[in-house]
Design a protein around this ligand. Structure first.
Ligand code: MN
Length: 262
């Protein structure tokens, strides 16, 4: 099939609804939960602020517009390789220099929602990924791997979403070995429904924060606070997630979308 024909077919499928567009993003605003690092680890991102410039008033009689105060890593967002010290030297590792091809790619969705419901500290292992591949097919190079946990249903309240107690945050994520395995399969990135790409317990792993340390060390990407992964098939969706072209950016909020067969 010619590529022009493929695009024609896609356009028709979008118009007819036989391919649907799913919104994978959380609402972005002052209520958006932001990660809370312990003070001994470092500084935090402030909450989103929306500043009005005018609202059809004396400051601009016919128009409304705002200016925003927000962190690069806020809400549903993209992690660029240079977000982490292990990926800081890649010439194409900032948001303005990542090849745009990476922003449109196939998605593998690993559903571990039952496991995460039973155990907030659930960790995805290599064995679990291999079991998924046996059922759904091999993870091929060039795609994303997204961990479905239904954690997005907690997004909206910082308390339940961050889920922290005196021992720190409790939220699901990958083991270091799982990330190493996915890199060996040639994935371009790792995505999760939690506030960041790593598990709540990841600060105590070896290496600490493996989804950040290892993925970015390999010049791969991250997506955090994804929503509605429960509407995606295990394989067959196309993920569209383009960070803003921030000069030298380490990440960016995104409107993440998925194209899925109806
Ligand atoms: Mn981030």
């Amino acid at each position: 099939m010619s590529s022009a024909r493929t695009l024609d077919d896609l356009a028709s499928a979008l118009l007819s609804g036989s391919v649907r567009v799913i919104d994978l993003s959380a609402p972005l605003g002052p209520e958006t939960p932001v990660i809370q690092l312990p003070p001994q680890i470092g500084k935090n991102t402030p909450p989103v602020k929306v500043h009005s410039i005018s609202r059809y008033d004396a400051d601009g009689p016919y128009w409304a517009w705002n200016w925003l105060e927000l962190g690069e890593h806020t809400g549903t967002h993209f992690d660029a390789p240079r977000h982490w010290i292990s990926g800081k030297d890649y010439p194409d590792g900032a948001t303005d220099r990542i090849p745009v091809k990476s922003f449109v790619a196939p998605a593998n969705v690993i559903d571990r929602s039952k496991e995460a419901a039973a155990n907030a500290d659930y960790l995805l292992t290599v064995d679990s990924i291999r079991a998924w591949e046996k059922e759904h097919g091999e993870i091929e190079p060039g795609g994303w791997v997204l961990l479905r946990t239904d954690w997005y249903k907690r997004n909206g309240s910082s308390d339940t979403f961050l889920n922290a107690d005196a021992n720190g945050p409790h939220s699901p994520g990958p083991t270091a070995e799982a990330i190493t395995y996915l890199i060996s399969k040639g994935v371009i990135g790792w995505g999760s429904e939690t506030v960041g790409t790593d598990a709540g317990s990841a600060g105590r792993m070896n290496p600490p924060f493996p989804a950040h340390t290892l993925m970015h060390q390999a010049n791969r990407y991250g997506l955090a606070s994804l929503c509605h992964l429960d509407q995606l098939p295990a394989k067959g969706a196309v993920l569209i997630a383009a960070p803003l072209k921030f000069v030298e950016g380490t990440g960016s909020p995104v409107r993440a979308l998925a194209l899925v067969p109806n």
